[in-house]
Design a protein around this ligand. Structure first.
Ligand code: C2E
Ligand code: CA
Ligand code: CA
Length: 427
């Protein structure tokens, strides 16, 4: 077995040395039932099956073609010097034909199914790794239809993505129980004094296999499958529990939890949130809920009603990503919201773009006219921080101040910040 890494190295060398007009095909050939053969007949017979497949394949190929074992159940074939894709398909059809006669080993007679995927260089991919991936994707398609071979097409990418999100969605169901979800806190400071005034709670997911799944992927997945309420409750409880100490050490500290539109529409959300705040907070304004502008537009009346309920409990409310959702001014006046959070897309360009600067200035004025405070997210440098402070923006959050941090890193950051503040009371 050469293994994947060596195969890719050899393939890259070969692609580099090819003639200008030459097409190269990579075929991935899988023996999908090899594990069943292993279980039913033992690994020795399974090994014999693999060797026999390799021999029959080699027999069906030209001298210049190569066949290498990739792993327990698959081979990679390289077919150089082709004139068109049809030649690669012909080879796939020949291999299927060659493996049709039953395999006979002593008293055992087996028929062996194959799944073959075909990809072409340079039309499908421009490097060895991408080419192998295309062929594997095509083979996965063929596994659903084992009498045939699959040819790579960009349409397979969409299907692969939907399979991937299905697999992820299932894994997400178990992620909380398996402790794969954890919390990060990103600091929020007062732009005039530089003191820590709160943190945004951001969920993170690292799967058991080490894959890090971005919240931009798993939050929408959770929304599709009603898991969002579970994740919101987990984040809320974890955030309030972890911040108990900060509520005492930093007067006015409030932890912000994101409430997605679907979570906001859940009939039990108010009771859940209110109960969690009763358990963990000495004052419910220690909790801020961030609600995106989009959530207010979909069903404004329902949103206004639930926001009023949170407000009557003294829970703070902030409109997240403000400026991206076109909410109307008349609506803004009716909301019991204390804070607008200017979207990072405006903040990040505020120094270079006069348009962004105008938007940011208007949002600050608008918020102050309605008696709200303003927080700018996405502050990545000192110039932006100083510019916003000069415009009268109240609070700031962003990589320049502090990235989202795991709880122990945040603890160190907060302690250092407090020490700096006591020796120099301005930013
Ligand atoms: P968001 O609520 O707008 O969160 C702020 C996002 O901006 C975070 O991304 C944060 O890492 C990122 N960010 C903060 N400062 C900067 C900066 O200076 N520059 C840049 N380029 N980015 C900055 P993250 O953590 O990847 O979260 C993405 C989105 O996922 C969040 O956007 C939020 O909508 C959602 N999300 C994250 N955690 C949760 C959660 O626990 N519950 C819900 N419902 N949504 C969550
Ligand atoms: Ca947010
Ligand atoms: Ca935001």
């Amino acid at each position: 077995m050469v293994g994947r890494r060596r195969f890719l190295g050899d393939l890259a060398d070969m692609l580099g040395a090819r003639q200008e007009q030459e097409l190269v095909a990579v075929l991935v050939l899988r023996v999908p039932h090899i594990h069943e053969i292993n279980i039913n007949y033992g690994y020795e017979l399974a090994d014999q099956v693999i060797s026999e497949v390799q021999a029959r394949v080699a027999n069906a190929l030209r001298d210049c073609d190569t066949v290498e074992r990739l792993d327990e159940s698959s081979f990679a074939l390289v077919l150089p010097r082709l004139h068109g894709g049809a030649q690669a398909e012909l080879a796939a059809a020949k291999i299927i034909q060659a493996c049709k006669p039953r395999f006979i080993f002593g008293e055992h007679e087996l028929s062996v199914q194959l799944a073959i995927g075909v990809a072409l260089y340079p039309s499908d991919a421009l490097d060895a790794a991408a080419l192998l991936r295309c062929a594997e994707l095509a083979a996965a398609q063929a596994t659903d239809n084992p009498t045939d071979y699959g040819v790579y097409s960009p349409a397979l990418e969409k299907r692969a993505r939907s399979i991937h999100s299905y697999v992820l969605e299932r894994a997400l169901h178990e992620a909380i129980a398996r402790d794969e979800i954890y919390l990060c806190l990103q600091p929020k400071i007062d732009l005039r004094s530089g003191t820590l005034v709160g943190a945004e709670a951001l969920a993170r997911w690292t799967r058991h296999n080490g894959e890090v799944v971005s919240p931009d992927i798993f939050i929408p997945l959770a929304e599709r499958s009603s898991l969002i309420v579970q994740i919101t409750m987990w984040t809320l409880n974890a955030a309030l529990r972890s911040c108990g100490d900060y509520f005492e050490r930093f007067p006015g500290f409030s932890v912000a939890v994101n409430l997605s539109p679907i979570a906001l529409g859940d009939p039990d959300i108010f009771d859940f949130v209110s109960q969690a705040a009763s358990i963990w907070c000495t004052d419910k304004c220690q909790l801020t809920l961030e609600i995106t502008e989009g959530a207010l537009i979909e069903d404004p009346e329902a949103a206004i009603a639930i926001l009023d309920k949170f407000h009557s409990e003294s829970i703070r409310l902030s409109i997240d990503d403000f400026g991206t959702g076109y909410s109307s001014l008349s609506q803004l006046g009716r909301l019991s919201v204390g804070e607008l959070k200017i979207d990072k897309s405006f903040v990040m360009g505020v120094i270079d773009s006069e348009r962004n600067a105008k938007i940011v200035r208007s949002v600050i004025d608008l918020a102050h006219n309605f008696g709200m405070t303003v927080v700018a997210e996405g502050i990545e440098d000192i110039e932006t921080l100083q510019f916003l402070a000069g415009l009268g923006c109240d609070y700031g959050q962003g990589f320049f101040i502090g990235r989202p941090m795991t709880l122990d890193v945040f603890e160190t950051w907060a302690a250092e910040r407090a020490a700096e503040m006591s020796s120099a009371p301005a930013v």
